[in-house]
Design a protein around this ligand. Structure first.
Ligand code: SF4
Length: 390
């Protein structure tokens, strides 16, 4: 293995004595075995053991020689984040609180539906982008998750559903990178983890069933198509820059039109021409839910192959926003459908365990002071005024 490749692997992991093999893609693992003086095909064998059979003990990896198993025990390990708690909602949604190195906790949610089971995975501890309507943003930011901590979430879910080494239908059929954090701010680790999600010798998910959701980190989105072709979701939440600057502050850096153009480029580069982006739009009462907003959105998206997912806002403690009314939601959907768009409305799931969209908070050892400011604001607010924008 070239020294720089090993340095890459080591730099992508928190400092530990042993190398954690959990988050290494097949090619990185191939480099690792080469450095041990082994054939690269060992990578495929070990990836299968870890991600298809759920095996973490090298001594149980029986198609590896005894000498290699000993070498692995000396130099490497398969280290998972720690599950602190696991809650089931009355509607079948499951939420895990997971402690990662450094002591912070992230959250992960599984949402079962009739024909699929979707795992919503976190990519960072907290989020630096601070969208005004998002519970995660209020927790501040600690650090990026390593590739092991990202793929470790899928491992934990698969294990909890006895999905390893069985012919039974898999419970986790889809993964969305929509939990805590902005995935494109943690580009390399997210790409490595997604490569294991897609890898036939690991989880073997189809690229249509793995979705990366971004709030608009345009330079990173511009280079995403060079390294993957997973499905894309774009978090818009507003149809013009003035309103989006308030709701999604990264818009002040990369405008809506730059974001839409970049998403279109990504979709255009996909090998099959039937792919569409999903546009995520969280509807908040009297903020972004008016007819004029729906019409503006229809014009904005006219050149982007897309479907639109409307998400009624899920309130969380101290938020200034309210859920959209059913009347406004129906009106908004009807206008977009009238303009020829495919529109879905996301049903609220896991509300009783605070697992609904936008409610994930975890326990973030915040390094930005944002959490502290938010808590002081909560403590001092006797009454929370409703914010009206746009
Ligand atoms: S909506 Fe997404 S990008 Fe915005 S603060 Fe929340 S987690 Fe971060």
């Amino acid at each position: 293995m070239p020294e720089s490749a090993l340095a890459d692997i080591e730099n992508s992991q928190p400092q530990q004595d042993k190398i954690n093999l959990l988050g290494l893609s097949v090619s990185r693992l191939g480099d690792f075995f080469e450095q041990l003086g082994e054939k690269p095909f060992r990578a495929t064998q070990v990836v299968k053991w870890i991600h298809q059979m759920g095996e973490r003990d090298f001594d149980q990896m029986t198609n590896l020689s005894k000498a290699l198993r000993e070498k692995l025990n000396e130099t490497a390990e398969v280290r998972l984040p720690e599950v602190v708690s696991c809650q089931d909602s009355s509607d079948g949604t499951r939420k895990w609180l997971i402690r990662v190195e450094g002591g912070s906790c992230i959250e992960m949610v599984y949402i079962p539906e009739k024909d699929r089971g979707t795992l919503c995975v976190s990519s960072q501890i907290g989020c630096a982008l601070d969208c005004s309507f998002c519970a995660t943003g209020k927790q501040g930011f600690n650090r990026d998750l390593s590739a092991a901590e990202i793929i470790g979430q899928l491992w934990i879910a698969a294990d909890s559903f006895d999905q390893f080494d069985t012919k039974a239908p898999r419970r986790v059929t889809n993964v969305v990178m929509m939990g805590m954090g902005e995935p494109l701010m943690n580009f390399d680790n997210v790409v490595d983890a997604m490569s294991l999600m897609l890898e036939d010798n690991a989880y073997g998910l189809s690229k249509r069933r793995v979705t990366l959701s971004t709030a608009g980190v345009v330079p990173a989105l511009d280079k995403l198509a060079d390294v993957t072709d997973v499905s894309l979701a774009i978090s818009l939440h507003a149809p013009n820059d003035k309103l989006r600057n308030e709701l999604v502050p990264i818009n002040r850096k990369y405008s809506l039109q730059q974001f839409i153009d970049s998403a279109k480029n990504y979709i255009d580069k996909m090998p099959d021409n039937r792919r569409k982006a999903t546009v995520e739009y969280t509807l908040m009462d009297q903020v972004n839910d008016r007819s004029v907003h729906a019409r503006e959105l229809a014009v904005l998206l006219k050149d982007l192959p897309c479907k639109i997912n409307l998400i009624p806002f899920n309130p969380f403690p101290g938020t200034e926003y309210r859920r959209v009314t059913n009347t406004a939601l129906d009106r908004f959907r009807d206008i977009l459908q009238g303009e020829g768009y495919t529109v879905t409305v996301r049903t609220t799931r896991g509300d009783d365990i605070a697992a609904a969209c936008g409610q994930l908070a975890g326990e973030v050892n915040d390094r930005t002071k944002r959490q502290q400011r938010y808590k002081s604001k909560l403590a001092s607010a006797e009454e929370t005024p409703v914010k009206i924008l746009g």
